[in-house]
Ligand binder design. Structure first.
Ligand SMILES: [Zn+2]
Length: 312
């Protein structure tokens, strides 16, 4: 995801790009705007530039850009609520990690995708590091409205408000994605400036029911092919997120196995093989390959090669 892939928000991109060009980026940013307007997309594109090992070209495929694309960059840390809110314990871990050097490049980014879920106590626990972070550390916060963000956080950030995108920008963006002119105009009218809404209308993108990898592992191929067919109708990014959750589940499983006495090298090799398969699948999902084909390939590989169950 690069700045050039973003629809609208030209002024914000200009400001961020010139800060990057002058090496004058701040250490905390707050992006505000309605759901679907592109806050996360913008934050990720900004992060790509900050983390890139080369010149930050949109098409760059350096190690950092590749890792970020597949959602496995070690210096991009997303902090999401645990239960109803972001907990002090999570922030303690985050601060500990902030004082360790970045693994790939010179920056480390902490991304709060639901910053309005920070309680006052939690926010107070990391104000000091937010005020004066270790070198290279940058905090990115996302929220719908400014008044949902504690003033103590807000006042330490550079704040950018994202506004709805004009139909003149949404229509060509939709036709580029393969919609007819007529359909693009209709979608842009209903979307009221929200690109995410323009894209997902009429498709069931009301979210994907979370399915655990362990459950996938146990289903038969016919059921899995049906699932691939259903997921094809969903938003590509959501499918990619789902596969990233499977990847995380698999890795946690592998770490747990490695620590316990039940370690079997053959089983470990099998899980590594599927972890690699998932990495490829996530990468393909982010490069516009047909989602059904990606999932079918993964599911078939699973049914052909998996000899062990996932969780025993
Ligand atoms: Zn790069």
């Amino acid at each position: 995801m690069a700045f050039s892939d973003i629809i609208g928000h030209k002024e914000v991109i200009k400001a961020l790009s010139s800060a990057l060009a002058d090496a004058k980026t701040g250490h905390a940013y707050l992006f505000l705007g309605p759901a679907g307007v592109g806050k996360k997309t913008l934050a990720r594109a900004f992060a790509k530039q900050l983390l890139c090992l080369e010149q930050g070209a949109d098409s760059c495929s350096c190690r950092s850009c590749q890792q970020l694309n597949i959602g496995l960059h070690p210096d991009w840390v997303t902090i999401v609520p645990s239960g109803n809110s972001i907990k002090i314990d999570q922030l303690r871990d985050m601060q500990h990690s902030a004082y360790l050097r970045p693994i790939i490049g010179t920056h480390k980014i902490f991304f709060f995708s639901e910053a309005d879920q920070l309680t006052e106590a939690a926010a107070n626990s990391f104000l000091k590091i937010l005020e004066e972070p270790p070198s290279g550390v940058i905090f990115l916060f996302i929220a719908v409205r400014a008044d949902n963000i504690l003033p103590t956080i807000r006042s330490r950030c550079q704040v950018y408000q994202l506004f709805p995108v004009s139909s003149e920008e949404i229509i060509p963006w939709l036709t580029e994605k393969g919609f007819t002119d007529e359909e693009a105009i209709r979608r842009a009218q209903v979307a009221e400036g929200i690109p995410g809404a323009a894209l997902s209308q009429g498709e069931d993108s009301s979210g994907i029911a979370p399915i655990k990898l362990a459950e996938i592992w146990d289903r038969d191929l016919l059921e899995l092919l049906k699932l691939a067919n259903e997921l094809e109708k969903k938003d590509r990014r959501e499918v990619s997120n789902l596969m990233q959750e499977w990847q995380a589940e698999l890795r946690i499983n592998m770490i747990r196995k490695a620590k316990s006495a039940q370690r079997s090298s053959e089983k470990m090799a099998e899980q590594l093989f599927f972890s690699e398969k998932l990495t490829q699948a996530i990468h393909m999902a982010e490069s516009n390959v047909n989602v059904r084909l990606i999932l079918e390939e993964f599911f078939i590989a699973l049914k052909v090669h998996a000899k062990y169950t996932l969780n025993d």
